[in-house]
Design a protein around this ligand. Sequence first.
Ligand SMILES: [Zn+2]
Ligand SMILES: [Zn+2]
Length: 260
Amino acid sequence: MRLLFSDQTRLLVLVVVCAVLWSLESLIPLNQYAKERFRRVLPNVALTILLVITNLLLSLGSAQLAALVQEKQFGIFPQFKLSYWMVLLFGIMALDLFGYLAHFLLHKSWLGWQFHRVHHSEPEVNVTTAFRQHPGETIWRMLWQVLAVVVFGVPLEVVAVYLTLSALNAQLEHANIRVNAPLDRWLRLIVVTPNMHKVHHSRAQFQTDTNYSNIFSIWDRLFGTYTSTIDLRTLRYGLDGFDDNRKQTLPALLKLPFIL
Ligand SMILES: [Zn+2]
Ligand SMILES: [Zn+2]
């Protein structure tokens, strides 16, 4: 299997897509946000840089493990004679299922929520919210990716493709852009769309506790956590008690998991 995405290529693609979505947020905004756009997203940009560094550091170990899994033919997939495309499709689905479980547990465990509320305390969801994630959450998510690799025997190249697709969709679903409603409804039959993920960022917990899926919307439908279209104009993002600007700085967000 030869589908090589170097870290540099992936990073470049993500930066370009981010720039395009950032521009679209000015042209076709879903919500009108307060001014000082650049200053307000700085903590998210810093967290994104931390995410990249944490991922690079952790990937050194996880890549070795994935290579070992491949060499020893561990996991479910190598036990069957699957074609290249089947391994690619099932591998992406397996990683996405474990991504769903990792996300669900971030909401349902006390410790998980301490970390994950960094992501949900964003009062103005936009493209930079995609990687507004505490390094502790990055480690948690990577553990689940490693688990999926070991259980299913997902090749390293498939992990690289999955991470690229996942990051691209994360940027799209957080972007503050208006999406044609019928188009969104069609797309969400398969993938998580911007309008679908926005519901998950609602301040109302009964909405937050739905739409956990990452790339494929099937997991929410399958596990009964799916919320279909709601009126996005009435949706309020963020968490109560986190609207104060002093709680939105980088040091405050990094300390957040350790504040009881
Ligand atoms: Zn969440
Ligand atoms: Zn989100």
